[in-house]
Write a protein that binds this ligand. Structure first.
Ligand code: ADP
Ligand code: MG
Ligand code: MG
Length: 875
């Protein structure tokens, strides 16, 4: 079996076998770039090393020595030679780049004899001994596993003794002294002298690189980056070039474009008279790459040419390592550069304009979830931060403000323009207004799908959750972290993109919706078939969604309008009404308010469809909790002076109790409310059509779509539809306008999906309400499952992902697929969409594309993500 490839034998596509670094070294060699000669030992050899009980597979060394002879031939040097010795580097390199995670040894081949030869040949004693002490240090650390600090300590003493600050100032005498000290330490720590035979050194180093595949930090890095553990690393053996030969030599790293902004300009650093990692290690402050233009314009020009060439060749931004040896440039590594989300977009857009990649390729270059980082305010990366604690990065973006410990306080201060951070052990739906009024949310309990996290993401509010270092004392109104107490009103900052909790105020930068970003998303729209709409409950949200490119509203929840503090008493009046007349009275008061709501949203979305869902939640959600009422009633009873109030509260309590349900999720909600109280449906329909009529008369192009929730079958839908149609007819007559509208339904009860042919024959559209559909199909109550037993299912691998986050294709998906096919079979014009949280999740969006939906609808902040995911689903 072939375990060893010379650089001229491989190519970029052989990454599996040669690792990323090796494959690219081969590629660069073959396109004629100045790469020092070398060879790669395959990842297969590494894997067999492990399956073989940690033995290098048979035949490997037999292939290594001839390959080494090839390097000797092309460099004119000999490995271990006392006259003209060849030195090599032994470099790790897996298929996926794992920067700095595994080991590399430089200057291998040096010993007490070859170091003298190197000094004589280069007439540079300092250089030769600098290489030698670096070699012993790296080899000692990586191969012989002598702790790093042992060597660092001797280096410090040497500098001190000679009275210099930098490594590069060490005299040959100091370096020689270091070498002898290093050798002593190695004998002391390993019981054996430092190996002097270069071939022995090489064998040991190769095995050490194999072994570095399994050191802790490498395994950890693979785990968090989802890199498989069984693909192994290749080993690259390469002839050394020297950046530490003097002031006409140097080493550096550069990106072909700016990795944080994407700007098309070389971005990097270098150091003269330095080797290997000196630049990264921060031994001396490196120079920006631009200075090289002045210091050595010839080399700079060469490097610019090569970097352009590499970028065009790989058709992506490159991260390049180079070394200059006595005025000659060598390239030691290239790879696709890691970059921020905004840089990703800018680079992709500009590469298209430069004719390097196609639009489709550009669209595929960005992970949809990355866009999340672009749409929220971020911390200024240059700011110095005092991090107090770390929690889960629950909702991206950053916020600063005074800490408060209750939703009421957040609301009170927030509404007078104070910036606050709401700090809670966890939040509940009752806290919603406080959350809205706060700049950011910080909780000590709860995960990425906790209430605080979900709600914050929906609202585009930064949140850090599950930060268990926080000890919150509501009674005292303070928060303790590591024993330090922070009173209510203290200014803290949170970074929802990283989970950091920071002391004091931090400067923020606005998200840049750059022209490039817009252009990029327009390409996505050109490619995709799925349309992207938004879930929005107010004109502001609707406008927001429009800005982000939503082509309609797929879900407006009317109940949010009922929650308004000014309206809640009227809503309660309606609920508590004993007679039809009383209820209609209350509804008459609500009508103009709802009309204004719909007027605003329809106007904001003129020209585009707006889907309005009729009242959905169980009515008791609009009433006070019975426990609270009991407390109030008890107080009134004790005081005995307000029998009127007492009586009212008692009635209220009995009504609350009467409305309370054992299983509200499956209870009196959705269209079942309209079946019991048609007057509610009629009021809502009237509000929609009156608002539409007004707008049409004002000259707006309006497309209202009325959506009936929680339908189980055709008859129920028809009953509701009739109420809506009749009201529409009436309003059109009264106002003398024609309103173009649709009436459709949510498919969220499994039975509705099963009977979609019947329902489809009388509906204009379906919207799959996948939150409820998932709950009912799987028999899982989201709020009960997520915090409690769902994590166990995930941990025990009974489920790959949380079905409330990523749509369950196998089960829920099957119902959707069925619903689509059955619905279209009786009504080819049926419009089909989805409006659950899944509508903004890339994997679920892809599924929606596959089953042939017409649109997805998601929260405004996820619209760009869904647009990109919809395009990627096509490619
Ligand atoms: P990593 O994967 O951690 O980046 P590398 O194998 O790229 O490790 O090696 C680190 C550094 O060592 C390189 O950036 C380069 O500066 C230096 N280096 C590696 N091989 C050679 C060589 N043959 N000649 C000179 N310097 C080298
Ligand atoms: Mg490298
Ligand atoms: Mg629902």
């Amino acid at each position: 079996k072939k375990y060893v490839y010379l650089f001229q034998e491989g190519k970029a596509s052989m990454r599996d076998l040669l690792g990323g670094k090796g494959a690219n070294l081969c590629e660069m060699t073959n396109i004629g770039l100045p790469v020092p000669p070398g060879f790669t030992i395959t990842t297969e050899a590494c894997n067999e090393y492990y399956t073989n009980g940690e033995n290098v597979p048979e035949g490997t060394w037999e292939q290594v020595w001839p390959a080494l002879a090839e390097i000797e031939a092309s460099t004119g040097k000999l490995f271990g030679d006392k006259v003209n010795p060849l030195l090599v580097s032994v470099r790790s390199g897996a298929k996926f780049s794992m920067p700095g995670m595994m080991d590399t040894v430089l200057n291998l081949g040096l010993n007490d004899d070859t170091v003298e030869a190197l000094a004589a040949n280069t007439q540079n004693e300092r250089f030769a001994w600098d290489c030698y002490r670096r070699f012993i240090q790296m080899f000692g650390d990586v191969v012989l596993e002598v702790e790093h600090y042992v060597f660092e300590h001797i280096l410090e003493i040497a500098k001190e003794k000679q009275g210099v600050q930098y490594d590069s100032e060490l005299s040959p005498e100091s370096l020689k002294w270091m070498v002898s000290e290093y050798k002593k330490k190695i004998v002391r720590h390993t019981g054996k002298p430092f190996p002097m035979d270069p071939r022995e050194q090489l064998k040991l180093a190769v095995v050490a690189v194999f072994r570095s595949w399994n050191i802790d930090r490498a395994t950890f890095y693979r785990r968090i980056n989802n890199i498989p553990h069984d693909i192994g690393t290749a080993v690259n053996v390469q002839s050394m070039v020297f950046g530490n030969m003097g002031t006409d030599s140097g080493t550096g790293v550069a990106f072909t474009r700016n990795p944080s902004t994407g700007e098309s300009a070389l971005y990097g650093e270098y150091l003269m008279n330095a080797q290997g990692e000196d630049v990264v290690a921060g031994i001396r402050t490196p120079n920006p790459i631009a200075t090289l233009a002045k210091e050595n314009s010839e080399i700079y020009k060469q490097f610019v040419d090569i970097s352009k060439r590499l970028e065009t060749h790989y058709r992506d931004m490159q991260d390049i390592e180079f070394t200059i040896e006595r005025g000659k440039l060598y390239i030691l590594q290239t790879r696709n550069g890691k970059r921020t989300a905004s840089a990703s977009i800018r680079v992709a857009v500009e590469l298209f304009h430069e004719g390097v990649i196609t639009k489709e390729e550009a669209v595929m270059r960005i992970e949809p979830d990355q866009l999340d980082h672009l749409l929220h305010r971020r911390m200024d990366t240059d700011a110095t931060l005092q991090v107090l604690a770390k929690g889960l990065p629950a909702s991206p973006g950053a916020a600063s403000g005074r800490i408060v410990f209750s939703a009421e306080e957040a609301e009170r201060l927030g509404n007078v323009g104070e910036k606050v951070i709401l700090v809670r052990t966890e939040t509940t739906p009752d806290d919603i207004r406080g959350i809205l009024a706060a700049q950011g949310i910080l909780t000590s309990r709860g995960g990425m799908t906790s209430h605080a996290a979900v709600v914050s993401r929906h609202m585009g509010k930064p949140a850090v959750c599950g930060c268990d270092a926080l000890k919150i004392d509501y009674a005292k109104g303070l928060l303790a972290i590591d024993g330090v107490e922070y009173l209510q009103g203290t200014i803290l900052s949170i970074d929802g993109s990283t989970g950091r909790v920071i002391k004091g105020e931090v400067s923020m930068v606005d998200p840049e919706l750059s022209e490039g970003f817009k252009e990029f998303l327009d390409w996505a729209d050109e490619i995709s078939r799925l349309k992207v709409m938004a879930n929005a409950d107010s004109p502001t949200e609707a406008l927001n969604a429009r800005d982000f490119g939503a082509v309609g509203i797929g879900l407006t929840r009317t109940e949010h309008m009922f929650m308004d503090p000014e309206r809640i008493p009227i809503v309660q009046e309606m609920i508590l009404a004993q007679t039809l007349e009383e209820r209609e009275d209350a509804l008459t008061k609500l009508l103009p308010m709802q009309e204004e709501d719909f007027y605003g949203i329809l106007k904001a979305m003129q020209g585009l469809p707006v889907t309005i869902r009729l009242l959905d939640p169980p009515l008791h959600e609009f009433l006070p909790h019975s426990e609270e009422l009991v407390v109030e009633i008890t107080k009134l009873r004790i005081n005995k002076n307000d029998s009127e109030a007492l009586f009212k509260k008692e009635i209220l309590l009995s009504k609350v109790r009467a409305l309370s349900e054992l299983n509200p999720m499956l209870g009196h909600r959705g269209c079942r409310l309209g079946v019991s109280y048609p007057e509610i449906t009629v009021m809502q329909a009237r509000a929609i059509f009156q608002a539409s009529a007004r707008l049409i008369k004002e000259g707006f192009d309006i497309h209202p779509e009325v959506m009936i929730p929680l339908i189980m079958g055709k008859e129920e839908f028809l009953m509701m539809r009739e109420l809506v149609d009749d009201t529409a007819k009436l309003v059109m007559q009264e106002q003398d306008v024609h309103i173009h509208y649709k009436v459709g339904t949510m498919i969220e009860v499994p039975r509705a999906a099963l009977l979609a042919d019947e329902i489809g024959s009388v509906a204009d559209f379906f919207s799959f309400g996948t939150n409820d559909l998932t709950q009912m199909t799987m028999g899982l109550s989201r709020d009960d499952a997520q915090g409690k037993f769902l994590p166990v299912y995930l941990e025990k691998k009974l489920m790959k992902t949380d079905p409330f986050v990523v749509l369950d294709r196998a089960g829920v998906g099957k119902l959707i697929d069925m619903g689509v096919k059955l619905g279209r079979s009786t009504n080819p014009d049926l419009t089909l969409g989805i409006c659950g949280e899944h509508g903004g999740e890339p994997n679920s969006v892809e599924f929606c594309h596959i089953v042939g939906l017409d649109y997805v609808s998601c929260s405004p902040f996820r619209v760009p993500i869904a647009r990109l995911a919809a395009a990627q689903a096509v490619i």
